[in-house]
Design a protein around this ligand. Sequence first.
Ligand code: DC
Length: 220
Amino acid sequence: MSINIAIDGPAGAGKSTIAKMVSAELGYIYVDTGALYRTIALFIKENNISDENIPTEIKKADVSLKFVDGTQKVFLGDRDVSGFIRTPEISMEASRTSAMPVVREYLFDTQQKIARENNVIMDGRDIGTVVLPNADVKIFLTATPEERANRRYKELAEKPNCPCYEEILSDIIERDHNDMNRSVAPLKQADDAVLVDTTYLTLQQSANEIIRIINEKTGR
Ligand code: DC
């Protein structure tokens, strides 16, 4: 049977970077489920699909994941769209459309199938609560909104037209609010998840702490 590790938490808590470090160390596949929601958002934007047409049009999306040299790529049909899903516009559209039950249902099977067939570290918002309720280990990774905005600001600082800190912080607060207050699969800590607050931890310290928890829970 495959081993499944669920990591949930708000945007900017360091989930993807830390989950990548942990999966490289343990030899598991890292699955970034946010990229799937972003890919659907891109599909909806590119095709100008109105909300009422999403239930019928989403069936044509043909979203898939492929792993190239251990790195996850997202595809719409046979087009690799991994380079187009990280814009602020797609972040907001993904946050908005991921609240729709039809979008979540569409991606549910894709996520469960990967976890059934592989040892995975899967990150998202509802992995421990909805997608993999029987995961071997569940982590809820968080940090204060200010610290998350600060990290994002440093990441973007070298790029042209970088948004200011206040703009990034208000985006984070808005997305947290959307993700935590939607009626379907809201972001919340599973009862049996271990809370890891990374506000005062480096990436390496956070990864070490998660590896320690995984080893303890799986008896490695
Ligand atoms: O992790 P991320 O920021 O790339 O995710 C983009 C959006 O997708 C985020 O606003 C919430 C949503 N999402 C979700 O609802 N459920 C998941 N399992 C992963 C992401």
